[in-house]
Design a protein around this ligand. Sequence first.
Ligand code: ATP
Length: 355
Amino acid sequence: MTAVTLTNLRRVFADGFVAVDDLSISIVAGEFLTLLGPSGCGKSTTLRMIAGLDAPDQGSIEFDGRRMNDITPGKRNIAMVFQSYALYPHMTVRRNLEYPLRKQGVAKAERTARAQAIAELMQLGELLERKPRELSGGQQQRVALGRALIRNPDLFLFDEPLSNLDAKLRSYMRAELIQLHRRVGKTMIYVTHDQLEAMTMSDRVAIMDKGQLQQLGTPHEVYNAPANLFVASFIGAPTMNLVHGELARAGGGAVFRAGALEVAVPSLAGGTEAGAAVLGVRPEDVLVEQGDLPATVSLIEPVGHETLLSLDVLGHRVVARTDAQTRLTYGATTMVAFRPGKLHLFDGKHGHRLA
Ligand code: ATP
């Protein structure tokens, strides 16, 4: 198992574009860490620097405290899995699995034994004599994973490995990857723009935007205490309701006001300046048919197990998750409350979390 330490990494492309900016992350040995962010945020560039396929302009990459910046990719003992499986179409599954060992000059008997062991681990035993075209997408991806595993790498790097698969297969492969991580216990660094993958598979998630780290934390932490407005609106579907307004000090706590909407924020830490602020409430924390905030239903979206209601709450659009049996209809008026203890407050100018 390998601990990976990225310190002040910076990558500037020839045109002056800063793809990765002062990125520092310590990845614990054996951890499943996901780099998550929108397209172009620099996550693939970061992964390529860890692999040695791209070189940082500043900063260091260490594996178990050993500087890697000048070590060639072949000497880093890394396996990288991409979204395209790149299996050799003319080779059987067995020969595809054995290929990395063949290249290393491993003797036939050992190749056969290791391919057999990997086939069992990846549940490919029945498929060993098939060609890639005779496999489903998920089976092909399992062969690609097996081929990465067979070299017994210290570190796994995944770059959107599931994005070519349909929704059902993606959910199946997510479970496979979680189990694989449990079984082999190796450090895995996974790049995706899909929050569901990040939240379900990772020990910790590093959320990036515009080349910079926005927050590093467990899925629970980034969901329940987003560090800033970017993370708040990136994590969660439907997204967090955000209302722009003003914060005023009141007694020991504070009051948030946006037009006629007034919400007490008792949890606000002392020392926070009054001024422009953004109130955040997750749709599951908007409680419908209770409380004292008048609301009008403007949209009803049934999604099967629940119904999403768009509400006008004192002039602000607020989405609420409610149970599928809701009796509310378009244009109905009701009362809502924001679940106490579940309010998020952000600085209106810089977007960082206040409470
Ligand atoms: P995606 O999910 O779309 O792959 P990403 O977060 O992985 O996005 P990167 O591939 O790391 O993003 O790219 C980060 C930024 O750097 C992008 O804006 C991209 O256009 C830019 N970029 C990447 N490679 C180069 C290059 N060789 N020269 C100039 N700019 C580049």
